[in-house]
Ligand binder design. Structure first.
Ligand SMILES: C[S@@+](CC[C@H](N)C(=O)[O-])C[C@H]1O[C@@H](n2cnc3c(N)ncnc32)[C@H](O)[C@@H]1O
Length: 433
């Protein structure tokens, strides 16, 4: 069935705004839908998919749109719409436009020049080639430009994975266990999970399998004191609280009160009562000092470029200049240093990002070890074996969409050496006196 003509005009209008890259694409889209309440579900879906198709394929579409009639914005919008809903669903096209769109569909993208095929900014493509080699960088780029599946985490406090699969099947929603995360489910289509009783009652949360694995890597146990240092809206906090079986104390720190506020309804659904959200001013806040040397496990899910999440947020690659990566690195080093003070002797610290870039990952972990002799790296192979997760890794966790079908994630685990830590804690106590 053809879309109403107004949908194409609407998509062009919102695309023009989004390609200014002054705000996240999902924020602009939500505002547009709020301002146009009469748009139906199918129309909204078509506009959103069109926008995301353009963001994912921007290099290729921009190059191809140099040919063809009408304004550049209409041509980009048509390419996005054709990708999203197919040429036959588009109303009011001229015969030339139909022929032009069919020509685009027939192109074998594997034969394109690599910078067009990767659909990444050149600086990012070159960094990935330097890290992974050309063949793997292209496979990674292809995976990053493919929409992510919908993953759920079963809340072990309220449900059991097999039973949730059976309940979803009644909806009917097909879901299978994720390959690595013990409580993960991959939903085969993308239904509105938020309306299901299972979701409203807190039996499931939406969480990428990679993010679930990150939370698991911290190894939080019953009765422990744990800090989620960059908790945000609490994706990992909720997983950690359930891992701790709703016992002990889990502090959820963040500098953004707005993000922490989004954690509250999720906490209410989850049934967790061991979580304590705390807004901090910065990573050296006095609230942190009070807990210095007292915490069993600290997770630093650091602010980062987010380049591992391009399957979901394809605008992220166009919205950040290369110079932002060096700034991120410095911030990450500073946050990790601030968070490390919390860890008690023999306790663990996990540094994690959803970036794919060495500067934000390996380089931060190496700098930390070099400047914190009281901590030692715990090889990820050992951590994964402890958690019974069957993934082959070396020193670090490096999850990649083309290999593991997760978002791109990095994690390094450090342990505070028992004796040295005690001496340092004594020093810190002396400093504070
Ligand atoms: C990658 S996001 C966290 C995502 C979250 N852990 C989750 O799983 O949903 C990084 C978070 O770090 C927070 N942040 C930025 N600077 C910080 C700082 N100096 N101390 C603590 N949190 C900080 C940001 O507000 C953001 O919420």
């Amino acid at each position: 069935m053809r879309l109403p003509p107004a949908v194409l005009a609407g998509a062009e209008e919102v695309l023009r705004e989004i390609l200014r890259f002054t705000a996240p694409a999902d924020t602009t889209l939500s505002r547009y839908f709020k301002d146009h309440p009469r748009l139906g579900g199918r129309e909204r879906g078509a506009i959103a998919e069109c926008i995301y198709a353009v963001l994912r394929n921007k290099n290729f579409f921009t190059d191809f749109s140099e040919a063809g009639g009408g304004s550049t914005m209409r041509r980009l919008m048509l390419l996005g719409m054709a990708d999203a809903v197919g040429v036959d669903a588009l109303p009011g096209l001229s015969p030339e436009e139909v022929e032009w769109l069919q020509r685009m569909k027939a192109i074998d993208r594997k034969l394109l020049h690599k910078s067009l095929r990767s659909n990444l900014p050149l600086w990012l493509y070159e960094k990935l080639v330097a890290q992974y080699g050309e063949e793997e960088a292209l496979a990674l780029a292809d995976a990053l430009n493919t929409p992510a599946p919908l993953d759920l985490r079963v809340n072990a406090l309220k449900a059991d994975r097999d039973k949730v699969i059976a309940q979803l099947a009644e909806a009917p929603i097909a879901a299978v266990p994720t390959p690595y995360a013990p409580l993960g489910l991959r939903v085969l289509k993308k239904p509105q999970i938020q309306n299901l009783p299972l979701f409203k009652e807190g039996a499931v949360e939406v969480q990428d399998e990679g993010s679930q694995i990150l939370a698991q890597v911290l190894g939080a146990k019953r009765g422990e004191m744990v800090v989620d240092f960059c908790a945000g809206a609490g994706g990992k906090t909720l997983a950690l609280g359930a891992q701790m079986r709703n016992t002990g104390r889990l502090y959820a720190f963040d500098v953004s009160e707005k993000r922490l506020a989004k954690l509250k309804p999720r906490l209410a659904r989850s049934g967790l009562s061991n979580v304590h959200p705390v807004a901090i001013a910065h990573e050296k806040d006095a609230k942190i000092k009070r807990l210095a040397g007292k915490i069993d496990r600290v997770l630093v899910d650091a602010p980062c470029s987010g380049m591992g999440t391009l399957r979901r947020n394809p605008d992220v690659k166009w919205r950040q200049p290369q110079s932002a990566i060096a700034e991120m690195h410095d911030k990450q080093v500073s946050i990790l240093d601030g968070a490390a003070r919390l860890v008690k002797a023999g306790g663990r610290l996990v540094y994690a990002t959803c970036s794919l870039l060495d500067e934000e990952n390996d380089a931060v972990a190496q700098e930390f070890v070099a400047t914190h002799p009281d901590f030692q790296l715990v090889p990820m192979s050992k951590v994964l074996a402890e958690q019974k997760i069957e993934l082959e890794m070396g020193d670090y966790l490096k999850l990649l969409p083309h290999k593991h079908q997760t978002d791109g994630f990095f994690a390094a685990v450090f342990e505070r050496k028992p004796m040295a830590a005690k001496a340092k804690q004594a020093d810190e106590a002396g400093d504070e006196a």
